[in-house]
Design a protein around this ligand. Structure first.
Ligand code: DNO
Length: 347
């Protein structure tokens, strides 16, 4: 496995010089943040990001995310132009040495949580999700102020989007995903890039919005749309794992050759559609981190992995889920887990 760490660019309170001190860290996962969603990233910005990483002894081989414009997901008249722009980004990133692109196909919202600073018994705080709290919020009133959430929509734009998706429904969203994949995957293959779709987080629909990357059955449907290995997955254990029906070890085992990127993150399920984020080790939560890593190692898996959301510990403040300390602990746990499994496997 290749250990990586997400970095949000110059605005990130976590610095590259700190990231490089995490044992066995090989590279950063980042994106170009100076360009509006849907437009083409400049070669200069891509090269500058790569240089910053390389100057700190880190590779820049994974991008998270090249965001998919809502008009592509809605499949409206702007979609063909935006898909062409997307392909151009994939080509440019491939040219710059990027090997893996993480993206998602979630309508309107990215990841959702109901609480950003949920207090835990040991004095840490972490992100938490409670379905009843989320559903009681009104996206039109701007009640939702959530980490993955683009707050730039006006109330009217939000209403239009919600209406458009209500009309679209799940099957049409699949069709629009198909059009996207059929255009992008061949370009990515040519550019030497593995595409890695991120699951919906949490993996079920809400506010009348369809969500489709939710579990094994849908993943099989997704892979079958374009049966190339570079049409792949970001296995985010915390996202899929929020639904206890998802068997993550089985997913890792079944889809190892399509998993190009692994977000190893633990959550503790505290009720029906209710969970909180916890420290990375298996014993801290509901996810079998060991089982997932073991299933992959058995298949000779050698993809990119990163610790995912960390708790805020030791008084750290910063970007929710993306502080330094707890993610660095997670990275160290991942290194230990893989070292033991890989050595066992090689016997
Ligand atoms: C949350 C992340 C997601 C992810 C996107 C990928 O922390 O895992 O925001 O980056 O969904 O497109």
């Amino acid at each position: 496995m290749k250990l990586t760490f997400r970095w949000y660019g110059d605005d990130d309170p976590v610095t590259l010089s700190h990231i490089r001190q995490i044992p066995q860290m090989t590279g950063i996962v980042s994106a170009i943040y100076d360009t509006p969603v849907g437009e083409v990233w400049s070669r200069e910005s891509i090269a500058a990001m790569k240089k910053k990483a390389n100057d700190n002894g880190l590779a820049f081989e994974v991008v998270e995310s090249v965001p998919v414009h809502e008009d592509i997901k809605l499949g409206n008249e702007n979609a063909p132009r935006l898909i062409e722009n997307y392909c151009e980004n994939v080509r440019r990133l491939g040219e710059a040495g990027v090997k893996c692109i993480c993206y998602n196909f979630m309508p309107v919202f990215d990841w959702l949580r109901s609480e950003l600073e949920h207090a835990q018994v040991d004095g840490a705080n972490a992100l938490a999700y409670d379905e009843n709290t989320v559903l009681a919020m009104d996206p039109l009133k701007g009640d939702l102020s959530l980490p993955g959430w683009d707050s730039s929509y006006t109330k009217a734009q939000m209403q239009d989007l919600l209406n458009a998706y209500a009309e679209l429904g799940e099957e049409q969203l699949w069709k629009n995903l198909e059009a996207f994949l059929k255009a992008v995957i061949p370009v990515a293959k040519e550019a030497g890039v593995n595409m890695a779709i991120h699951p919906d987080d949490p993996p079920w629909g809400m506010f009348g919005l369809p969500r489709i990357i939710t579990g094994k059955k849908n993943l099989q449907r997704f892979f079958d749309i374009v049966p190339e290995t570079n049409n792949g997955l970001t296995l985010c254990t915390g996202s899929f794992g929020a639904n206890p029906e998802n068997d993550l070890v089985d997913m890792a085992d079944s889809f190892a050759d399509r998993i190009h990127f692994l977000h190893l993150r633990n959550i503790k399920i505290t009720g029906d559609r209710q969970f909180e984020e916890v420290g990375h080790p298996t014993a801290c939560g509901s996810i079998d981190m060991y089982g997932v890593a073991k299933a992959l190692v058995k298949k000779g898996w050698d993809g990119y992995v990163r610790p995912d959301h960390g708790r805020m510990i030791w008084g750290e403040t910063g970007r929710y889920g993306y502080g330094l300390f707890d993610r660095a602990l997670g990275a160290t746990y991942i290194v230990g887990l893989f070292e033991a499994l890989e050595k066992e496997n090689a016997k």
